[in-house]
Write a protein that binds this ligand. Structure first.
Ligand code: FAD
Ligand code: ZN
Length: 472
């Protein structure tokens, strides 16, 4: 069937307003958020309900047309960008943005996949509930994309990542059939858990069209503190202490190295040194309590005082207002922006067991320095989850230098040490197209073969997000 005939069939399903074919209008859909990947597509198809998604996928299945699902297009790995072949349609979920049901007593919300994350958070708050998934892109990323990438963010320590926040899913399978698993059950041991297969599959097994998500009681008291520590080992000890003293109330525990803070102070207007003296490492901790009459601050202050007496904490500041809390968070959240203009950045989104992080940092830094003298390590991230954004600049390598971008030597050095420590080369951003090589290199043959078998079972034609996740 000719391309025109396929587009005509698709237009009949989604209507003229649901099909974009003008090159200028398609531009935002064919380039990824960081501008690292660019593809081509004959059309961006934007269905408005699950039946339309099903019809679109059926047409693609019949005609062997590749489908690239796309949410807010904020992913970090080129997973939502079509290939350069110009043969794959982009399936944009943005029009499917309705909140379908909020069950306050069951603490669940049922949404369409195209709902923007911030709108789901708002809908929960309007019902005096809390949806804890929170990340820098929340104003434009979509729930479908969050689930397809099993997104993490700043509250994983307390509430888990996207997978742990999901009770039910609706998915259009690669042949167009609809699996309705929109259940709000907290217990359901009825065979294999299909939803957990689709979560994190980055659009390679089917199109997520809806979800039932867990809500939590709304926090009423909040506490943000920045604590100075001597080194990552002290930070890990402090985390254990605070968890003992404050339990589940700790929702975030982020580590920031001196170098990160200096970059922020240099590049981000309106930021300033948070404590009277400079320190080598900082921890940003966020705690929340569902009761505002509770002893949150007292418990925290007592634990910090004891940690100071024992030499774990060198200095600390507790935010006294929302504005102060926001300015402390700004120091953490603007690190990626602050490191953008310094040169070519090698990024690593790695995870390790929390207990091994100090040893990893102590090993990786000197190993990098030995091979790349003068290397600048930008180490920060979600310490409470064992997830570091362990990035680095290598002297002499500038952005735009094609040879440097292609070089795998820096990544290999860092990721080999991660493997040695039993960690993962991709903690929260997924694989997409950028980390397929790493998947082939670091996953065992058994894991790769099992993944390929699953892909063949769900998508024998290979039309779902071709060229993503699985290596050739
Ligand atoms: P997209 O980028 O559109 O797609 C991502 C992948 O999911 C692609 O493979 C796509 O094909 C697939 N997909 C999208 N929708 C569907 C669907 N409905 N069905 C099937 N497959 C689908 N990520 C974190 O985990 N933690 C963070 O803290 C974090 N912080 C970020 C901060 C910033 C400033 C930015 C720009 C990104 C950040 N990210 C973070 C990465 C990104 O926001 C998340 O991966 C997010 O979950 C992607 O959602 P999206 O809707 O933009 O998905
Ligand atoms: Zn992160």
């Amino acid at each position: 069937m000719s391309r025109t005939a396929i587009l005509d069939r698709l237009r009949k399903v989604v209507g003229a307003q649901g099909l974009i074919t003008d090159a200028r209008d398609m531009e935002p859909y064919v380039v990824d958020w960081r501008g690292l990947y660019r593809g081509r597509t004959p059309a961006v198809v934007r269905p408005s309900n699950t039946e339309q998604v099903s019809e679109v996928v059926r047409i693609c299945s019949e005609t062997g047309t590749g489908i690239v699902p796309q949410g807010g297009n904020t992913g970090m790995c080129g997973g939502a960008t079509p290939s350069a072949s110009g043969q794959e349609i982009v399936l944009g979920l943005g029009r499917m943005n309705r909140v379908l049901e909020l069950d306050a007593l069951n603490n669940t919300i049922m949404v369409e996949a195209g709902c923007i994350l911030a709108n789901v958070q708002q809908a929960a708050l309007a019902a005096d509930r809390y949806f804890p998934l929170s990340l820098g892109a929340e104003g434009s990323c979509q729930i479908g994309g969050n689930l397809a990438t099993n997104a993490g963010g700043i509250n994983v320590l307390r509430y888990g990542n996207a997978r742990e926040l999901t009770l039910g899913l609706e998915v259009v399978l690669p042949d167009g059939r609809v699996w309705n698993g929109l259940r709000g059950l907290r217990k359901d041991n009825t065979g294999y858990d299909l939803k957990d297969l689709f979560i994190g599959s980055e659009g390679t097994l089917g199109v997520i069209t809806g979800a039932v998500l867990k809500l939590h009681p709304r926090p009423r008291a909040q506490l943000t503190a920045l604590l100075a520590v001597a080194d990552p080992a002290a930070a890990v000890q402090l985390l254990a202490r605070l968890r003992g003293a404050c339990g589940e109330r700790i929702s975030a525990f982020e580590i920031i190295s001196r170098r990160c803070l200096e970059l922020v102070l240099k590049h981000i207007p309106g930021t300033r040194e948070p404590l009277p003296q400079p320190h080598p490492w900082h921890v940003l901790a966020e705690l929340a309590d569902t009761s505002d009459a509770g002893p949150l601050r007292g418990d925290f202050e007592r634990a910090v005082a004891k940690a100071s007496d024992d030499g774990l904490v060198r200095d600390a500041v507790i935010a006294e207002s929302t504005a102060q809390s926001q300015s402390l968070w700004r120091l953490r959240e603007t690190i990626p922006e602050a490191s953008r203009d310094e040169g070519l950045l090698y990024r690593h989104d790695i995870s390790l067991t929390v207990s091994r992080i100090p040893q990893f940092i102590a090993t990786a830094g000197p190993a990098l320095e030995k091979t790349f003298p003068g290397v600048r390590v930008i180490c920060f991230g979600h310490l409470g989850d064992g997830n570091l954004h362990y990035n680095c600049f290598v002297p002499g390598r500038r952005r735009g230098d094609a040879a440097a971008r292609e070089a795998t030597d820096v990544n290999r050095l860092v990721l080999d040490i991660v493997r040695e420590f039993g960690g993962s080369f991709s903690a929260e951003h997924g694989i997409g197209q950028s980390k397929r090589g790493e998947l082939a290199y670091y996953k065992s043959a058994l894991e790769l073969e099992t993944m390929r078998a699953l892909k063949r079972t769900f998508d024998p034609q290979g039309i779902m997000n071709p060229g993503k996740v699985l290596p050739e």
